[in-house]
Design a protein around this ligand. Structure first.
Ligand code: NI
Length: 133
């Protein structure tokens, strides 16, 4: 079963974005941490039970940098936690979602596996191999 986990929000400047979301009433759930695989700083914030993930690419070598060039500050994926990671990837692959990155651990999510899938009608989603967080 999929449960909503977070909105992934691409940001250009982590500190400024944290301040802006704080002004909206969000509080920091996890302060920025470096994700060496994606060469990005990642923080989590929460408000009204909604979790957002702020992702700031470190430099041009980051695989996410290209998105920043096009979109600036923008929400760009919804993440769902699953207790059947492989099973859901298989099921969704048969329903119009295609895996477009390697399945890799996410250092900022307890090194649990995450996968990114693309759908022609709703864009990018992330699946997160559920843990306690
Ligand atoms: Ni995410």
């Amino acid at each position: 079963m999929l449960t909503f986990h977070h909105v992934g929000y691409l940001v250009k400047n982590m500190e400024n974005s944290l301040c802006a979301f704080e002004a909206l009433g969000y509080s920091i759930e996890r302060p920025p941490l470096e994700d060496g695989i994606r060469r990005a700083f990642i923080a989590f914030m929460k408000k009204d039970g909604v979790r957002i993930e702020l992702i700031q690419p470190e430099d041009r070598e980051s695989p996410i940098y290209g998105l920043l060039k096009h979109y600036k500050n923008v929400p760009y994926h919804l993440c769902y936690a699953t207790d059947d990671f492989e099973g859901d990837i298989c099921r969704l692959s048969a329903e119009g979602f295609s895996l477009f990155t390697e399945i890799e651990p996410a250092p900022c999510l307890e090194n649990r596996n995450v996968a990114f899938l693309m759908n022609a009608h709703i864009g990018m989603i992330e699946l997160y191999e559920k843990d306690l967080f």
